[in-house]
Write a protein that binds this ligand. Structure first.
Ligand SMILES: Cc1cc2nc3c(=O)[nH]c(=O)nc-3n(C[C@H](O)[C@H](O)[C@H](O)COP(=O)(O)OP(=O)(O)OC[C@H]3O[C@@H](n4cnc5c(N)ncnc54)[C@H](O)[C@@H]3O)c2cc1C
Ligand code: FES
Length: 286
């Protein structure tokens, strides 16, 4: 087993193909040195290392249906993410992964309506899923995407979203917390936009990704719409170190978020006391 772990700890060399900067994030297209595909599932993550600086877990935001390279979207926040944010085309990084047994439930979603809810950088893993669903459109029914950003300049994949909205059967609900003078769209938190949406709970699967504080309120809204707890999935973020279920940094009761997630069924989270404290709806709310 020790040998096994050692193999998983060795990053593979990969090159930055393109780097596009927006006010709140950098978008990187990356390809392995040996040209192989990443072979990931939507919802999985990679451990990205910048040689001499360190490593950070980052969601894969492209779809495995577009395998020549893979995309990452990174918000520069701290030591490693700032260095990732300064990468230029042609520079090398180390990649471990793809990791995470818990990814978005593509089989469970088949022939169902799909409601995706994202806040902030949470749109990154959902973008990979959206591309996958658009590339396999016939196997899935309605696709509803609700995305909330702090301000118009914080909207990620803005130009691309205009193309998503042209996709038949895809409805996009975009909202910002703090509008500027040019903003003519919805204003308010993502759960307010969620209230507008009518779903058929019998045939809908929901998946959400964003700041942990958002999950409790999203869960409350979805349960009010009579969605089953087993039909709701959350992609969680914890502090990761090893990324492969060895160090315990990301532990949530008996779960290692890096290994068993990062995407979990809400009904499974509610069986864990540590998760209930953070994500269960408050009893006194209607
Ligand atoms: C499964 C997973 C997927 C992720 N996907 C993305 C992604 O697609 N794009 C992206 O920009 N970021 C993503 N993150 C978050 C990213 O990994 C952290 O922001 C990064 O590790 C910070 O490292 P750093 O060295 O830059 O920051 P540090 O210098 O270590 O910390 C900077 C600040 O960020 C906080 N922080 C660090 N890590 C986390 C974390 N995991 N959760 C909450 N706060 C944290 C610290 O407390 C500190 O305040 C993801 C995290 C996980 C676990
Ligand atoms: S990060 Fe080490 S066990 Fe999850």
């Amino acid at each position: 087993m020790a040998g096994d772990t050692a193999v998983f700890y060795v990053p593979d060399r990969a090159r930055v193909i393109t780097a596009r900067r927006e006010p709140s994030a950098i978008f990187l297209e990356i390809a392995f040195e040996d040209g192989r595909a990443l072979n990931h599932q939507p919802g999985q993550f990679v451990q990205v290392s910048v040689f001499g600086y360190g490593e950070a877990p980052i969601s894969i935001c492209s779809s495995p249906t577009r395998p020549e390279s893979f995309d990452l979207c990174v918000q520069p926040k701290g030591n490693v993410s700032r260095v990732i944010g300064a990468l230029c085309p042609g520079e090398w990084v180390g990649i471990r992964g793809p990791y995470g047994r818990g990814h978005f439930p593509l089989e469970h979603m088949k022939n169902k309506d799909i409601l995706l809810v994202a806040g902030g950088i949470g749109i990154a893993p959902l973008r990979g899923l959206i591309h996958f669903l658009c590339d396999n459109r016939k196997e899935y029914e309605r696709l509803l995407v609700v995305y909330g950003a702090r301000s118009p300049s914080d909207i990620l994949f803005g130009e691309e979203m205009e193309q998503w909205a042209e996709n038949p059967g895809l409805d996009l609900y975009l909202t910002v917390d703090k509008p500027d003078r040019s903003w003519q769209g919805r204003t308010g938190v993502v759960t307010e936009a969620l209230k507008e949406i009518k779903i058929d709970p019998g045939i809908t699967i929901a998946a959400a990704c964003g700041p942990p504080v958002m999950f409790r309120f999203i869960a409350m809204e979805l349960l009010k719409k009579h969605l089953l707890e087993a039909h709701i999935y959350f992609s969680l973020e914890r502090r990761f170190k090893c990324g492969i279920g060895k160090c315990g940094h990301c532990q949530l009761n008996d779960l290692y978020v890096c290994r068993d997630g990062p995407v979990f069924r809400y009904s499974d989270l509610l069986k864990r006391t540590e998760a209930v404290e953070v994500w269960a709806p408050e009893k006194d709310q209607d």
